[in-house]
Structure formats: structure tokens, C-alpha cells
Unconditional design. Structure first.
Length: 107
């Protein structure tokens, strides 16, 4: 289940970053519409507590929040490195990684 928490955290960071005009322009080359910006940020903020709930359900209240916080740090680092190395292709690399993590967690 830790892979699912990592996948949720990475996807949340992706959505939150793409909800910002500067990051959206770096990835897609255009400024996002205000409605799209709100939708991306709302989806990102919804995934963060979902990841917390999955971590707490899997590891309990003693270790779950610690694993959730660690997954946030790892996912943020991965997203920052991808945005730095391949700004135009970062989402195309990060989304399959996120799906792979989620798939391994569910098996």
C-alpha cells in the first residue's frame, strides 16, 4: 500500500504544480484557463488527504502519518527533478510512474 500512497502523493504534486501558471506554461507552453487552474488545484488538494487516509489505514495512526509525510517528500523531490530535467515531458514521465506505483500496490 505504500506504493499507492507514493502514487497519490506524486499525482497530487503534479496537479498542484500544473495548477500554477508558471509550471503549466513550462509543461504545456500556454497559460491555463482560470477554470482549469482551479480544477487542477482542487484535484491535487483532494488527493493529499486521500493519501493520508490510505497511509493511516495501512500503517496505523502511529506510523501512517510518518509514512505519508515521507511519501510527500519523496514525491516532491521526484517531481522537482523531473521538472528540472525535462520540463516539457515531465508529466509524460511522472504519470506512468504514478500508475505503476499504484498498480504494484494493488497487486
Amino acid at each position: 500500500m505504500l506504493g499507492l500512497v507514493l502514487a497519490l502523493s506524486l499525482t497530487a504534486w503534479i496537479l498542484l504544480a500544473l495548477g500554477l501558471p508558471r509550471h503549466h506554461k513550462a509543461v504545456f507552453g500556454t497559460d491555463p484557463a482560470p477554470a482549469r487552474r482551479r480544477l487542477l488545484r482542487a484535484a491535487g488538494w483532494c488527493l493529499l488527504p486521500l493519501g493520508f487516509a490510505v497511509a493511516a489505514a495501512d500503517r496505523g495512526w502511529g506510523q501512517g502519518p510518518i509514512f505519508w509525510a515521507a511519501s510527500l517528500v519523496i514525491a516532491a523531490l521526484a517531481w522537482v527533478l523531473l521538472m528540472t530535467l525535462w520540463p516539457r515531458r515531465s508529466w509524460a514521465v511522472a504519470v506512468p510512474i504514478s500508475l505503476l506505483l499504484a498498480a504494484t500496490a494493488l497487486v
